[in-house]
Design a binder for this molecule. Structure first.
Ligand code: AP5
Length: 268
């Protein structure tokens, strides 16, 4: 008798578990279908911390980080037609053409993992790209809801860029001084030993980007100041830009990012 009662209560628990799961799925489907997506943008100069902070946001909100730089590097490493077109401009620190990046972003934001929203990293970078993005989003009644603008003094950027090591598979970025991988060992001259520069999570080898040089940085910064910074005026009018002091240590920048995303930061 006791066994029968136990079996019944187990079945009841299972039914409740399935009901809860079904209810959660129904709610998720409803939000995916009717509610506007959370569309965020990480804005800042090369080395400002977009690639460093993005993964924290992904972890917190579950939204994918869409880095046009990562997508282009992937295309270059696979030698796809897109990669072949982008390779030369990227290595010299120049922007690739607007039509290429607009094309990859317009396809990417329709993927199922963007159903609840996405984080743009490195797009848009020109007025033409910003206008194309507005046009794309208007078609579904959406718009960018939040821009985190990382402000970092220019003299800090060179050290950040020249000391950076990246993990190809995830886009995770490390720094020999500010964010070293756990396995890093230095030689007698205090230079990192390449074989020890491995990703913390996968143990795979890290690499240095072809455009992470002093000379390419000059071009990247000049394009950022001349072509990309003016976009903030465009978005400031919509009151969606939150400024972040990106010159502070990584953890302090993360705290600002989390606060800027919270409702506490909203004006009532
Ligand atoms: P992309 O990959 O977008 O490069 P970027 O904009 O130059 O930005 P970075 O990745 O260099 O900077 P980040 O802010 O992510 O820095 P990170 O967090 O890693 O673009 C590359 C190229 O692709 C372009 O030049 C262009 O050719 C092409 N491209 C891409 N998008 C395009 C578009 N829309 N249109 C046209 N062309 C396009 O940080 C840097 C280092 O600093 C790391 O080592 C990190 O560990 C360290 N660090 C980060 N935060 C801190 C901190 N608070 N304190 C100390 N160290 C820190």
């Amino acid at each position: 008798m006791a066994a029968a009662a136990l079996a019944m209560s187990y079945k009841q628990e299972q039914r409740e578990h399935y009901d809860t799961k079904a209810e959660l799925k129904r709610l998720k489907d409803k939000y995916d279908y009717f509610w506007p997506r959370k569309i965020m943008m990480l804005f800042g100069a090369p080395g400002a911390g977009k690639g460093t902070q993005g993964p924290n946001i992904t972890k917190t909100l579950g939204l994918p980080q869409l880095s046009t730089g990562d997508m282009l590097r992937e295309a270059v490493s696979h030698g796809t037609p897109l990669g072949i077109k982008a390779q030369e401009a990227m290595a010299s620190g120049s922007l690739v053409t607007d039509d290429l990046v607009i094309g990859i972003i317009s396809d990417r934001i329709q993927e199922p993992d963007c159903g609840a929203g996405f984080i743009l990293d490195g797009f848009p970078r020109t007025i033409a790209q910003a206008e194309a993005l507005d046009e794309l989003l208007i078609q579904t009644g959406e718009r960018v809801n939040l821009i985190l603008a990382f402000e970092v003094p220019e003299d800090v950027l060179e050290e950040r860029i020249c000391g950076r090591w990246m993990h190809k598979g995830s886009g995770r970025s490390y720094h020999v001084k500010f964010n070293p991988p756990k396995a890093m060992k230095l030689d007698a001259k205090q230079v990192p030993i390449t074989g020890t520069m491995n990703d913390d999570e996968t143990g795979e080898a890290l690499y240095q980007r072809a455009d992470d040089t002093k000379s390419a940085l000059v071009k990247r910064l000049s394009d950022y100041n001349n072509l990309t910074t003016p976009l903030l005026d465009h978005y400031d009018k919509a009151h969606i830009v939150k400024r972040i002091n990106g010159g502070l240590p990584i953890k302090q920048v993360t705290s600002q990012v989390m606060l800027a995303m919270s409702k506490k930061h909203m004006k009532h």
